[in-house]
Design a protein around this ligand. Structure first.
Ligand code: NAP
Length: 250
């Protein structure tokens, strides 16, 4: 029996990058996975490549009603929802605060923070009623470290970091497991945009030094298993040697 046999898991931002890799790894561990992102065609391609235990639905996390409908549909199809991988995110706008576009700044927060809240708000009542559930919020080192040109991203991820702690506080003793996970600099399309900006030290990291998405995927699978029970309520970085040792990453 695989570690996640019988589990039903929604993965946001699953059309590419860390989300697509995590969805595949969760399915490999036995879970039924529902993939979502704005680009429905790409997300469906990823789901098809995973196999029959994966399905997809286009959804923008900044639209609460759309996400709530996705959750209701998932529960009606599979009878339950065990976990949410809250991974959808954007880096833009990359701009100094003084020169940033207010609308673009607000869109970043609407996806990275409010969008993540939407997903949590949509799944949490059902998880509480069921007496259990797992939420993995994909955070960033930028949640705790300001980086030039990334004020929107850093602020939104700092908010998500606090949201993880707030969920842990409000759901203590109610069967909810919640984790923040910082992937570290990982080889995805997001890093292509970052390199092209040339704006801060992260943009100078050569592609070959970036971490493969598979390590984030492995960590996310680990956080969904009972092996991570004692880590509940905390945020972890893939760069943390003790966390890597727990997951079994060399
Ligand atoms: P990516 O390759 O750009 O993928 C981002 C995913 O989020 C895509 O599937 C995208 O699909 C989806 N997405 C964006 N806006 C969305 C929205 N409004 N509604 C629904 N889905 C949306 O980036 P990634 O590197 O895999 O990033 C995944 C997560 O890891 C993000 O939260 C990111 O902040 C975090 N992270 C990444 C790194 C890194 O170095 N790569 C480091 C730290 C943290 P659509 O465009 O089709 O919607």
């Amino acid at each position: 029996m695989s570690s996640l046999d019988g589990k039903v898991i929604i993965v946001t931002g699953a059309s590419r990058g860390i989300g697509a890799s995590a969805a595949a790894a969760l399915a490999k561990a036995g879970a039924t996975v529902v993939l979502t992102a704005r680009d429905g065609t790409l997300t469906e391609q990823v789901a098809k490549s995973i196999g029959p235990s994966a399905s997809s639905r286009a959804c923008d996390v900044s639209d609460y009603a759309a996400f709530a409908a996705l959750v209701a549909d998932t529960v009606s199809r599979f009878g339950k929802l065990d976990a949410l991988i809250n991974n959808a995110g954007v880096i833009e706008p990359i701009a100094s605060i003084a020169e940033s576009d207010p609308a673009a700044w607000g869109r970043n927060v609407a996806i990275n923070l409010t969008g993540a809240y939407h997903a949590i708000r949509a799944v949490l009542p059902g998880m509480l009623a069921a007496g259990g559930g797992t939420i993995v919020n994909v955070s960033s080192g930028a949640a705790i470290r300001p980086l030039e040109g990334w004020s929107a991203y850093c602020s939104a991820k700092a908010g998500l970091h606090m949201l993880t702690r707030a969920i842990a506080l409000e759901t203590a003793g109610k069967g909810i497991r919640v984790f923040g996970f910082q992937p570290g600099t990982t080889d995805t399309d997001m890093q292509v945009l970052i390199r092209a900006s040339g704006v801060n030290p992260v943009s100078q990291i050569p592609r070959e030094k970036l971490t493969p998405v598979a390590l984030s995927a492995e960590s996310i699978v680990y956080l969904c298993t009972p092996a991570a029970d004692d880590l509940n309520g905390q945020e972890f970085s893939l760069n943390d040697p003790s966390f890597r040792a727990r997951v079994g990453i060399a």
